[in-house]
Ligand binder design. Sequence first.
Ligand code: PLP
Length: 436
Amino acid sequence: MDAEQLRENAHKMVDFIADYYNNIETFPVLSQVEPGYLQKLLPDSAPVQPESLQTVLQEIETKILPGVTHWQSPDYFAYFPSNSSVAGFLGEMLSAGINMVGFSWITSPAATELEMIVLDWLANLLNLPHHFLSKGPGGGAIQGTASEALLVVLLASRDKVLREVGKDALGSLVVYGSDQTHSSLQKACQIAGVHPENLRLLRTEACNEYALSPESLTDAISHDVASGLIPLFLCATVGTTSSTAVDPLLALGKITKKYGIWFHVDAAYAGSACICPEYRHHLNGIEEADSFNMNCHKWFLTNFDCSALWIKDRNTLIQSLSTNPEYLKNKASQGSTVIDYKDWQIPLGRRFRSLKLWMVLRLYGVENLQSYIRNHIKLAQQFEQLLAQDSRFEVLSGKYILRFVVGAPLTEQRHITAAWRLFQEAASSLLETRLP
Ligand code: PLP
């Protein structure tokens, strides 16, 4: 890395990105290209001789940006929030600049220790129970995604039980969720070797706001136990993907305790809101959980990827995922006085992700982060009010619906109004074509 070359080129790149954000509203949010468009525009092989940054930036503008869907556009209301911010971006930039690979404490002590500290900060902000803090037997680790977080805790729970009952019992292990649980549970089960017939996605009802009912969980467990199966794992959700349902953590947690089931809480999307005291009650009962996950890269101004996972007993994870080859041995690890995050995740290598989360917390501060969440909820409520004034629409969930998600950092009231106008125009033209 030539420092002066970096200085010159990085300034140009920052200008390019700042201009992108200045013009972001001029792009169609959804890319309009056809499949395979880029292959027609780019050569078949990499250049033999170097090209200038200027040339590459021009091509990004003319060939790459048309194929980008603009997740950071203030007119983006799809899927779920996926926030960037100045602080998150600066943290990413610094992490790319330092470019260390912090799998063990010794490979970059600051990376491990900052991650522990920053996840303790966030745990305290969310008012999580003390057993999730790094000072006790548990602690937090940043994973790439909620799917990875779910997979590693499922593996930890599986191995814990198999150590007790023997490896042959793998086919008898049962995993529970609801029909609203994110599909990452199914994927995690596939990878962990849970028999496909032993994944119970229990039915939820509209009258119960699509939350998992403790009674149906008890019924399913009793039935499985009577059939000689072994209840292993429950994934409850705070803010399900399609219906934002909140499962009753306390009641579900008590059931898992009774049967010795691992209790994971997935708050990938909605967890961020719980830094506001008025929404914290959605986590009531979290003290019963064995693990908890929230995606800072969704609604917490932290650039992708940054998925925070806390676990009550880190040894279960370490027992499942640790390896100790000769070439990784070092005094600190041997002395067992440090955390080696390689044993908390699937890959060996890991990025310095805590930097961006730390920058977000420091450069915005808790009050601003709370206002940010509150403002999005207010904007969503304004959209709901607009909708309520038009008798052709109703707010509902769980049926075939139009999903509208407020959570892009740049969204203001005018974007909400413009989106609503679009809905109305589409409804008018739809109803016109349907009229006899
Ligand atoms: N869980 C919930 C509740 C989600 O909403 C999502 C994504 O939408 C996920 C899990 C998966 O997230 P990731 O892409 O981080 O794996």
